[in-house]
Design a protein around this ligand. Sequence first.
Ligand SMILES: [Zn+2]
Length: 390
Amino acid sequence: VTLDYACYACGRTASPPAARCVCGEPLWIDSDATDFDWPVDGPESMWRYRDVLPVDPPAGMGSVVGGTPLVRTAPLDDFAGARIHVKYEGTNPTGSFKDRGSAIGVVAAVESDANAVGTVSHGNMAMSVAATAASCATPCVVLVPADIPPERLDAIAAFDPTIVQVEGSYGDLYFDSYDVGRDLGIRFLNSDTPLRVEGQKTTAYEVCEAFAPGAPDAAVLPVSSGGHASGVWKALRELVAAGRLDALPRLYLAQSAACDPVAAAFRDGDDEVSATEAGETIAYSIANADPPSGTRALTAARETDGGVCAVTDDEIRAARDRLARDAGLRVEAASATSLAATRRLTDRGAIAADEDVVVVATGSGYGEAGAASPHRTTLADLRATLSELV
Ligand SMILES: [Zn+2]
């Protein structure tokens, strides 16, 4: 696949395999969506937007990614302070939004002369790339930090990629993997590569089509590397250019207060996101202290009149519990930051009670340990126990 890249910040164009613009900002694919219209038929997957995607769908698992439910969850309105709709990405094949970007990236790698695909991840993205590569019979390399917990290693290993634990700076590994990959013919699909951003823009296409010809007032999503936020913003820009969106939804980004470089830049009025220290948080999968597309995500929030919000672990736990107990949706802690942030935003008046807000839940929580404390009884006492409890 030969594609031109463009820079959102300075407008320069570049050709692959450039990873960054000369101005330092990340690139995305220079796509023309001006003729786009909502499909009248087509698959109920991300591939219904084939006209604005850079590759054809693969066979197998990658062909069924996307088409995730948008659930109107009225029981969450009181907690959140607005009309809540949850975009639940947990129904993707490996349980997270990452499958969208992996599908595009792996297909592009298969069509090129790459020897293998690769990624730098210790969680959802590693599973997603490994699973997609397996379904395309493509070799896969996963680089993980040396201190990865064994249960997450097992989840990735199920798809049988080549896993390498790397000692050293995890932030530098993101950049070094591109250099090494170029020399060895391994196409690295890291968090915000242009191909991945193309896949991730389909989240927003799906949400906007569900509201068409209107639009939600706001969307709230977790931000880590900034790749997903970039994809959502790119989709909104494309839909405006195509005349399919009259009003831009305000884009709000959510982070854990323990690691909030994008939120800090927003609070301080900075033009650029600076690296911070990563503190401990239950939302570990979005704890990116030096996000490669952080400034682009910050710009997306500002240009759509949205914002960036940091929430504490207690707020994240409360939001995660409400999603499960009031809406039947089990999400990972990182995903619950979006509902927690919505509550903060309505508290401070940034979002009004009668506004339609799409809360993006980026991944299922079935892989995360809980702290259940069931009642106990014996078979003989079952009747008596239940009659007291129910
Ligand atoms: Zn640039």
